[in-house]
Write a protein that binds this ligand. Structure first.
Ligand SMILES: [Zn+2]
Length: 248
């Protein structure tokens, strides 16, 4: 049984329809539980509770929304006192893996040339990761604000960020690329997989149509690759808004 399944008063969801529930199972004695059925869809609310993590991982790789609901709502806590700590940890891991991606991309493109100095390489990677991800998050949140048809609170935005960070788990395969030689195309295949995984997690978090979720995630990823152009556009846009509101 998944040890991280929630019970008691914590808010959990039915992985089939996304309805909020108070509990996923009733425990009669250690190891003796009964899974709760969802009142809305009448199915077992979270059958993943009795699955090994490997099964959940396979379903995550297969992009099953049920597995994402289990991971995001029933394994990770979205309680306000916990969410910030979980987001910080997942954000740090996300940035670290992205730094590996940038490093590998530069190595494949031979951007370092004959330079063997460590500091300039690290500074370049750091600035690339910082700028790329600021642009990524700004475009993602702007897209959410403009195109998601539901009431959004600060917690909703944090949930979306957490969903995107966690659903980028496939980037962990970049570590293998640091050790073994792979064709550079693998880097782009991983990026495509991360994009589709982000779109599924985004859809689970916002309950919007698939095409809208794909569009928002695709825009954020595209903006990351065109970071300099997008950063200048966003800066000009914000300065224009400030000047316009100041003059009116
Ligand atoms: Zn249900």
């Amino acid at each position: 049984m998944s040890k991280s399944a929630k019970k008691g008063e914590e808010t959990v969801v039915c992985v089939n329809c996304g309805s909020r529930l108070n509990t996923l199972y009733i425990q009669y004695s250690p190891g003796n539980i009964r899974l709760i059925k969802c009142d809305n869809c009448k199915a077992v609310a979270d059958p993943y509770i009795e699955c090994e993590f490997m099964i959940i991982l396979i379903d995550l790789i297969l992009h099953k929304p049920k597995a994402y609901r289990h991971l995001l709502y029933n394994m990770l806590s979205f309680k306000s006192e916990d969410i910030k700590g979980i987001i910080w940890k997942s954000a740090l891991l996300f940035l670290l893996l992205d730094a590996i991606r940038v490093f590998l991309l530069k190595r494949y493109n031979d951007d370092y040339g004959n330079s063997s100095l460590l500091m300039p390489k690290c500074r370049e990677v750091f600035l690339d990761v910082l700028l790329g991800n600021i642009v990524f998050i700004v475009v993602l949140l702007l897209g959410t604000r403009l195109f998601v048809n539901c009431s959004l609170t600060i917690t909703s935005y944090l949930e979306i960020l957490l969903a995107v960070f966690v659903s980028s788990f496939f980037k962990v395969y970049l570590v293998a690329m640091m050790v073994w030689e792979f064709p550079s195309a693998v880097l782009y295949i991983i990026e495509m997989f991360v994009l589709s995984s982000n779109a599924v997690a985004f859809r689970v978090s916002t309950q919007q149509e698939a095409i809208r979720c794909i569009g928002i995630c695709l825009s954020a990823h595209a903006a990351k690759f065109l970071r300099l152009l997008v950063a200048i556009s966003i800066t000009v846009f914000f300065f224009s808004v400030i000047l316009f509101t100041g003059n009116s």
